[in-house]
Design a binder for this molecule. Sequence first.
Ligand SMILES: CC(C)(COP(=O)(O)OP(=O)(O)OC[C@H]1O[C@@H](n2cnc3c(N)ncnc32)[C@H](O)[C@@H]1OP(=O)(O)O)[C@@H](O)C(=O)NCCC(=O)NCCS
Length: 161
Amino acid sequence: MSRLDQPIIREAVEADADGIAKVLTELVAAGKRSKDSNAAFALGHYISDPERIRCSVAVTPNGEILGFQSLKLATENNPYEVAVGWGIIGTHIRPSAARRGVGRALFESTLEAARYKGLPAIDATIGAANPEGLGYYEAMGFREYRRMEGAICKIFHVPKV
Ligand SMILES: CC(C)(COP(=O)(O)OP(=O)(O)OC[C@H]1O[C@@H](n2cnc3c(N)ncnc32)[C@H](O)[C@@H]1OP(=O)(O)O)[C@@H](O)C(=O)NCCC(=O)NCCS
């Protein structure tokens, strides 16, 4: 991707549900995901989730969503057992757009939202057998702080504003 082709980073809106679902579907086809990947899931789990702090999408000039990053607030009984009040991050980039800086650009937007919200820390729970996910979060400044069955949890300490 040349600099002129850099995607636009913006907050997801309901109309992005199909585009986000296509990202998830491409990940399933590449064997990198096994969970739901339809538009209803994208809407409920990312765009309109009540715990959403920010869901950012990376969009090409012609409107194709290349990837997205979700930041949610950890509340009581969250599925990852993350400390209440921290953020929970998830990142999904189309395999066809990987390693071109899309994830890095999305994290700038997420970090801005985390600082604005006053989060102390963000948790990334990554499959232990997912070297690209582990490498990506490490490069963004996350560090391992605990292990769960089949997963490694990394923490990012959010600098105060
Ligand atoms: C992991 C993922 C989010 C990375 O996104 P990306 O847009 O490809 O990442 P970027 O191009 O912005 O890379 C930023 C840095 O992360 C690291 N990184 C990215 N992909 C990597 C890989 N495959 N192996 C090792 N490090 C990697 C590198 O340090 C990279 O910087 P560099 O290219 O200058 O060396 C993306 O590949 C993805 O969505 N994978 C499938 C889903 C997933 O695993 N999500 C995260 C765990 S839940």
